[in-house]
Design a protein around this ligand. Structure first.
Ligand SMILES: Cc1cc2nc3c(=O)[nH]c(=O)nc-3n(C[C@H](O)[C@H](O)[C@H](O)COP(=O)(O)OP(=O)(O)OC[C@H]3O[C@@H](n4cnc5c(N)ncnc54)[C@H](O)[C@@H]3O)c2cc1C
Length: 403
């Protein structure tokens, strides 16, 4: 029988209950006077282990890397996100951040480009800050598939030993990053909102929201390399292009076993009803619970049509089934960075702000003058959203000469 990664010794446990409040995830219970750990909730954080005076909690120790080997790791890597030969904007954001870290460490910034017939993209990556491009080009890598992309990345990491690997917190990046981190036994911090470097130790300081967005945690990975982090689109500033930059392109021949996969792509079907990708819109009109009923999204849509904007929403509106999840902005939705974000009947809870606080101009419409959204709004309108939004639409139509 396989051993659980954390176990309670029924001989040693006296049922004192000391471990229960120590668990931040509410994963310990005390049925029949013996502690029991719910492995579906436990994150193996280890907080309970030292609270047990009877050494009854046994947690499997992960092998720690030999500290003398950490110095073998060099350079900052960015996993390029490209689809069909088009580089996704988040890649430029990772390059901007990666360049800063590489300069702090006096290291090279390298980009990992995986796909088919994509080598021509290398110059663009170089002009956006990369010094070296490792290109894995093969017909089997044309469409993204988790297994081959992960295996190619792992082999590159094992060969060249980077100090840091940055990925996009997208469906592809999240899948590849977590798979690779487990295989090479290192840590990965998902959804970072800020990255910095400890110059003494070379430890990456990875900031991300924790505990439902109520605190910002700075996470380090001191005993393992590479240090891996994912960053959501629209959080970091993109690298500026400099066409005079020079760099080196290193072609990689993928190993046949790395190209094998249990999945194959049959076809690509874009999600129905998401004509506007809210992460790319310049203007977003966003509706929350304050619009009161699903039919009232029509006034949001009318304003959006008038000013050629996308429609976004808070989680409350999505959870109420007023609008599809693809429109949700926030910690568990999308991160957006439009030039203008108009929040209509949205209170401004921290989880919503996590997805839109970096918008250039924020206009908030809310009937409650104390709503937290006004703390970050550039302009605030106190009043009934059901009156103000149609009035705005009428004025915009006049100004833009649209009937
Ligand atoms: C782990 C976790 C993750 C989460 N992720 C997200 C996320 O990704 N995105 C997200 O949005 N939320 C998220 N939430 C939920 C978040 O905490 C809030 O519950 C949610 O953002 C509230 O949505 P809301 O502002 O539309 O609704 P409410 O908080 O109910 O606010 C409605 C607002 O409308 C105003 N209002 C009411 N009637 C009118 C009117 N006629 N005219 C003008 N104003 C009016 C009210 O004054 C109020 O301020 C998450 C929560 C958790 C715990």
């Amino acid at each position: 029988m396989t051993k659980d990664p954390i176990e309670i010794s029924s001989e040693a446990c006296v049922g004192c209950g000391q471990c229960i409040p120590a668990c931040p995830f509410d994963a310990i219970d005390m049925p029949e006077s013996i502690a029991k750990i719910d492995l579906t909730k436990c994150t193996l954080c280890g907080a309970c282990v030292p609270t047990c005076a009877f050494d009854a909690i046994n947690m499997e120790e992960k092998p720690v890397a030999d500290p003398s080997t950490l110095g073998q790791y060099n350079d900052i890597w960015v996993m390029v996100e490209q689809h069909g030969g088009t580089i996704e904007p988040v890649t430029y954001e990772l390059l901007g951040e990666g360049r800063k870290l590489a300069d702090q460490r006096g290291m090279k910034l390298c980009a990992i480009l995986v796909g088919h017939q994509i080598e021509a993209l290398s110059q663009d990556l170089i002009s956006h800050g990369a010094d070296i491009i490792y290109v894995a080009d093969h017909p089997e890598l044309e469409a993204f598939r988790d297994e081959p992309y992960t295996k190619v990345l792992i082999r590159l990491i094992e060969t060249y030993k980077p100090e840091v690997v940055l990925l996009a917190a997208t469906a592809a990046g999240r899948s590849v990053g977590s798979r690779a981190a487990v295989k090479i036994n290192t840590g990965l911090t998902a959804d970072c909102t800020a990255l910095d470097m400890d110059p003494e130790t070379g430890n990456l300081l990875q900031t991300r929201p924790a505990f439902g967005g109520n605190i910002m945690a700075v996470i380090e990975c001191p005993a393992h390399r590479p240090q891996m982090a994912s960053v959501r689109p629209n959080v970091m500033t993109p690298a500026e292009a400099d066409s005079t930059r020079q760099g080196e392109v290193i072609p990689i021949t993928p190993q046949p076993e790395d190209l094998q996969s249990r999945t194959k792509r049959l076809q690509f079907v874009p999600e129905a009803g998401s004509a506007v990708n809210i992460t790319e819109a310049n203007i977003l009109i966003s509706g929350g619970r304050g619009i009161q009923k699903p039919d009232n999204f029509s006034i949001i849509q009318e304003l959006a049509d008038t000013v050629k904007a996308g429609v976004a929403a808070s989680r409350a509106a999505v959870d109420a089934n007023w609008i599809a999840y693809s429109h949700q902005v926030g910690q568990t939705g999308k991160t957006v960075c439009p030039k203008l974000y108009i929040a209509c009947g949205i209170s401004g809870q921290i989880q919503h702000l996590a997805g839109m606080a970096s918008a250039e101009t924020i206009v908030a419409i809310n009937k409650d003058p104390d709503a937290p959204i006004f703390d970050i709004a550039t302009y605030g309108i106190v009043g009934d959203v059901l009156e103000i939004v149609p009035a705005l639409t009428t004025e915009c139509r006049k100004l833009l000469n649209r009937s």
